[in-house]
Each structure stands twice: as structure tokens, then as C-alpha cells.
Design a protein around this ligand. Structure first.
Ligand code: FES
Length: 482
């Protein structure tokens, strides 16, 4: 942004064409005194304001952003502002985890005849922005490096898969394979520590099927590509929720699926184990037991505690019961589903706003924009049309800047708001270990607070909260502008 007079701040206003823009005009015609800091962008409706517009402005130097539309029930398109209210309220709760002061953002309603109200709102908001420090320049902040692990006890102790589970699973798949085009499972990858997705098509493939605590890739991610085909899939409790979410969004059809549900007592964080092992040439043996994890690399056996290497997303898991299943194998644990705070999020919760922004400044520098987080996410379904790579509209540049990398993660997180089932695949597959799951975990927490405990993937008939609205929102307190 260009330099402006020192007495002014950079404030961006998104005003709906039919009401608030008219209100600002009415104030102007009436010669009402107003601060000159606001730069107005006229939009057809407040429902047109993507929360990403606001974040992008704030990340690129705006000191404040104001969104204003028609009063509820007065929207020219009848419901645009009801949807906007949910999104913008969510955004207000999201900004602090990024390290951005939520006081830099406000939304309100002003009608075309309310010139006086417009004058009041814009004056109050500008005064508040002046009372804050000028917005920090993200790129110029000193990075804050912190250890990302915290010791959190798992809700359920780790246990390896029962020895007969794989044999039972193979038997079931053998029975159903003739009526299916393909069954999605896992096989060993380059060594015993690295499992990879496996697409079984014939009985001989069953020999290669693998099943242990290293099989972490969410197979649900591949389902939309098989739309219209009969597919079998092996899922654990958390993965069945992603499956429900895809059903909710109409991306797969229930009648085309055969779901083999298996119990789960925790998955291993392979990336952290690799880090601990350091460089090695050959991994010769891997033994997973309840209390010990023995790995032989280059002729040397190393022993670890599996509890200490559980994936952070498994720590708060209280139940492995699948939401949907056609064939259930083994016994499942039912449990109360109150989520625990993921360690990455607990770390951020303990920081102030400036420290959070400095933390993101430090970790985002490592991002190589490989898009593994997006490509492994079962809910990222836009594939070739991802706005991160789109040139029309051109949402973000391919420039190697920490702001653009951070913005990409914000795009991903906000696109998952109300849809993320918390599988943590994004973070597990990040080759440089950025704790991006914290952004999703925080949004899930806010969604539950704002929308009566809503959790994605629990009910295939439920309408996702950002695709619906209530005329009188129970948990949204709109600002009064006294
Ligand atoms: Fe003004 Fe929809 S037209 S908010």
C-alpha cells in the first residue's frame, strides 16, 4: 500500500450497494463530518464479502476493515446478510489465533436512509483504530521459535491392532470384492514405517494389504474420484466422519459404498519418528507392541514408547465407533466426544497476539508450497480449481513470500470451516512440520461454540452451519455501536 498522511490510518470498508453505500452517500449529501481514513469498496451485497477479503487486507497492511450491509430482513437478495453474519462472526473469532487483533475488524448494518448512523459508525470505528498501534508488518516481525510439542495424556492408551484383525478383514474383502470395482486400503511403502494407499482390484492383491498403526493416510480423500463406481473402503472412527461429510455435500453416494469399519487405538506420528531416527539407509524391522516400539535401522535396534509418538489428533480421541459401517470388524470403544485441545492449539492459546503473529512468521517461513496439506485433506475437493492456484480470479501470487504462504494456509483453514473432521492429515503430511492443524482445531472449537456444539461429520442429514442461518442467532451478539 502506498504511504498515506501520518495522521490517517488505512481502513478498508466493504459496503453493500443497496443500503450501506447509500447510507454513506446520504451522510455525504447531508455534509455530515466524517473521518477520511476509510477507503470504500462497493459490493453487491454483504453476502458477497468473502472473509478472505478481510484477512488479505489485514495481512497486507490495512489497520482496520469494516463490513456494512443492509439490516437483517432488509437484504436486497433477502438472505445474503444472514449468511454473511455467520461467516463474519466466525472470522472475528478466527483472527486472534492468527495473531491479529479482532478489534481491527467490525461488521454492521446501515440502511440507505441512515446517514447519521453511518457517520456515527465510521467515526467510532476510526477512533478505535487510531487508539490501536499501526498494524504490524508481518514480513518484518522477528520470528518466534517455540517447541511445538506439549505433553498431553491420550484419552485412551495406545494399543496395537489385534493380531487376527488383518486376517478377518481380508476374509470380508474377499467376500465382497466380486461386487465392487475396487477396495481402498493400505500396503507397505518404501519400508515398514511408511504405509501407502492401496487400491485392491483382485483377490491376489489381498496378499499386499497391510494394517497397523503406521497406516495413516485417509483413504476417504480418494472417494470423490470414484463417484459412480462401486467402492469398498476401510475406515476408522475419525475417517468415517470425513466420509459422512462427503455424503452431506453430495460428493459421493451411499449406495455405491461398502464400508469396512475397523477399531483404532491410536496412530503413530511417523514424521516425528523419522526425525528421531535421523538419516538411515535401511529399516530392517518394525515391531509395534503396547508398551514398546522397536525399530531396527542399519543393524541397530532403537526402542521408543508408542504413547510418546502418538499423532496429536489421536490424543483427544475418546471413541473409535464409526458413524457409518456396512461391515464392522473387532470391538469398538464408545466414549464421550468432548474434544481436548490439540497440543498445537494449546501452545498458541498460551501466547499473546503479537507472539502468535511472530510464531506464524517463524513457522510459515519453512513452507515450500508443495500443497501436501491440501492434497491429503479428505475435504479439499476442488482439486484443479483450487483458488490458491487460480489466475482468474487471481487470489494470491506464486511469489515466495511468507505472507503468501500464510495466506494460503488461511485459505485452506477457512475453506474447511464447519467441514473439517479433525483427521489431522494436513499436518501429518507436511514435509516441514508446520503445526497447521492448530488453525483447523481452533475453527472447529469456534464452530462448536457459535453453532450449538456442531461437529462436522456426525450426521449425514445435518446442514453445515455456514450453509444455513437463523434469523435470530442464539450465540451471535451483534455490536450495538453506542
Ligand atoms: Fe445489502 Fe444484501 S443487499 S446486505
Amino acid at each position: 500500500m502506498p504511504d498515506i498522511a501520518k495522521t490517517e490510518r488505512r481502513i478498508v470498508g466493504f459496503l453493500c450497494n443497496w443500503c450501506s453505500y447509500g447510507g454513506a452517500d446520504t451522510a455525504g449529501v447531508a455534509r455530515a463530518n466524517q473521518p477520511t481514513d476509510l477507503r470504500i469498496i462497493r459490493v453487491p451485497c454483504s453476502g458477497r464479502v468473502n472473509p478472505l477479503f478481510v484477512v488479505r487486507a489485514l495481512l497486507h497492511g490495512a489497520d482496520g476493515v469494516l463490513v456494512s450491509g443492509c439490516h437483517p430482513r432488509d437484504c436486497h437478495y433477502s438472505t445474503g446478510n444472514f449468511y454473511a453474519r455467520r461467516r463474519l462472526e466466525l472470522l472475528k473469532h478466527f483472527l486472534p489465533i492468527l495473531g491479529i487483533d479482532p478489534a481491527r475488524f467490525a461488521y454492521t448494518w446501515v440502511s440507505a436512509s441512515e446517514g447519521q448512523r453511518w457517520q456515527h459508525v465510521v467515526t467510532r470505528f476510526t477512533e478505535e483504530i487510531h487508539a490501536l498501534e499501526p498494524a504490524p508488518h508481518f514480513e518484518e516481525l522477528e520470528p518466534l521459535y517455540l517447541s511445538q510439542r506439549q505433553s498431553t495424556e491420550p484419552k485412551r492408551p495406545f494399543m496395537p491392532q489385534p493380531p487376527d484383525l488383518l486376517a478377518k478383514l481380508k476374509e470380508e474383502i474377499r467376500t465382497h470384492l466380486p461386487e465392487l470395482d475396487c477396495v481402498l486400503g493400505w500396503q507397505k511403502g518404501r519400508d515398514a514405517l511408511h504405509a501407502v494407499p492401496f487400491f485392491l482390484r483382485q483377490e491376489e492383491d489381498l496378499e499386499r494389504l497391510s494394517l497397523d498403526a503406521t497406516c495413516h493416510n485417509s483413504l476417504v480423500r480418494y472417494l470423490p474420484e470414484y463417484k459412480g463406481k462401486k467402492v469398498g473402503i476401510i475406515v476408522r472412527g475419525c475417517e468415517s466422519r470425513a466420509l459422512v461429510e462427503l455424503l452431506q455435500e453430495g460428493l459421493i453416494a451411499r449406495e455405491d459404498l461398502h464400508i469396512f469399519a475397523i477399531p483404532c487405538h491410536g496412530l503413530l506420528d511417523v514424521a516425528r519418528l523419522e526425525e528421531e531416527l535421523g538419516r538411515y539407509q535401511h529399516l530392517e524391522n518394525l515391531v509395534i507392541e503396547q508398551d514398546s516400539l522397536r525399530i531396527t535401522v542399519d543393524g541397530k535396534e532403537r526402542s521408543f514408547s508408542p504413547q510418546a509418538f502418538l499423532r496429536s489428533t489421536c490424543l483427544g480421541c475418546a471413541s473409535d465407533e464409526p458413524v457409518l459401517a456396512d461391515t464392522c470388524l473387532g470391538s469398538f470403544t464408545a466414549g464421550e466426544s468432548t474434544p481436548v485441545t490439540a497440543p498445537e492449539l494449546a501452545l498458541l492459546d498460551g501466547l499473546n497476539l503479537t507472539e502468535r503473529l511472530r510464531f506464524w512468521r517463524g513457522v510459515m517461513d519453512r513452507c515450500i508450497r508443495c500443497y501436501s496439506c491440501r492434497n491429503s485433506c479428505p475435504m479439499c475437493v476442488c482439486h484443479d480449481h483450487c483458488i490458491a492456484e487460480s489466475r482468474q480470479p487471481h487470489w494470491q501470487s506464486a511469489e515466495h513470500s511468507v505472507t503468501e504462504k500464510f495466506f494460503f494456509q488461511i485459505i485452506h483453514a477457512l475453506h474447511l470451516a464447519g467441514r473439517c473432521t479433525g483427521c489431522g492429515e494436513c499436518q501429518t503430511n507436511c514435509p516441514v512440520g508446520i503445526p497447521i492443524f492448530a488453525l483447523r482445531a481452533h475453527l472447529n472449537r469456534v464452530i462448536a461454540e457459535l453453532f450449538s456444539g456442531y461437529q462436522a461429520g456426525r450426521d449425514a442429514q445435518a446442514v453445515p452451519p455456514l450453509l444455513s442461518y437463523m434469523v435470530d442467532e442464539a450465540n451471535i451478539q451483534e455490536r450495538e455501536w453506542q
